[in-house]
Design a protein around this ligand. Structure first.
Ligand code: 13P
Length: 232
């Protein structure tokens, strides 16, 4: 099982450093495949022994006249080589189009980054039935090289993000099964994963890991979630 923490616009540099230290200590002696943390851009820093630090975002240039953005140069300063691309909040709130996302993807692939690529549908699509649902989800792979060996896919239904209501096991299985048939990449689930729901979610065969928002913000709580997910 792989565990990913998306801090979104939470935590500072100081609190992220303290978090990583605490997570390391909480997880000492726990055999774990991988744990990664995505802090905000101002808190980017080198990872620790077992905690990988990744970026929530990055523009598809080394550096240049791109006000408000960070690019490869800013990521390399901290030896960051993991990036989140396609998150629904970037798509919906910041208006990132599929074409724009595909450019980011191609750039960071070219740089050899480990890419956690997010897809997910709004509730209105879910309610339209399976054909519409999968047509929508597959359209989020337009322009994306899904054979990239450092790709991890994260399925995050928008209606389950930040709502406290995770998708059910059946909801997750429905989508994950089809994605697994189509793509070889490891597959994460995200959307209101909590310490109380992780056991159920981790037990799903097609779930290789989880991408956690609010339940990752406290290091002790995230460590507890990881341990439950691993059954230790
Ligand atoms: P929550 O766990 O807060 O629902 O967030 C999920 C998410 O969007 C992770 O990227």
């Amino acid at each position: 099982m792989q565990f990913f923490a998306n801090f979104k616009m939470n935590h500072t540099r100081a609190s992220t450093t303290a978090y990583i230290e605490q997570l390391e200590s909480e997880l000492s002696g726990v055999a774990i495949e991988s744990v990664s943390v995505f802090p905000p851009a101002t808190a980017l820093q080198k990872g620790s022994n077992r905690v990988v630090v990744g970026a929530q975002n990055g523009y598809f240039e080394q550096s240049g006249a791109y006000t408000g953005e960070i690019g490869l140069e800013q990521l390399q300063e901290f030896e960051i080589d993991t990036i989140l691309i396609g998150h629904s909040e970037r798509r919906e709130i910041f208006g990132e189009s599929q074409e724009f996302i595909a450019k980011k993807y191609a750039y960071y692939k070219e740089q050899g980054f480990h890419i956690v690529y997010c897809i997910g549908e709004p509730l209105s699509l879910r309610e339209q039935g399976e054909d519409a649902l999968f047509e929508y989800l597959y359209s989020q792979f337009d322009g994306i090289d899904t054979n990239y060996e450092k790709l991890t896919i994260a399925y995050e239904p928008i209606w389950a993000i930040g709502t406290g209501v995770s998708a059910t096991v059946a909801d997750i299985e429905l989508v994950h099964k089809r994605l697994k048939e189509k793509f070889d990449a490891p597959l994460l689930y995200g959307g209101s994963v909590k310490v109380d729901s992780i056991e159920q979610i981790a037990a799903i065969e097609s779930v290789d890991g989880v991408l956690v928002g609010s339940a990752s913000l406290n290091a002790k709580e995230f460590a507890a979630l990881i341990k439950r997910g691993l059954g230790v």
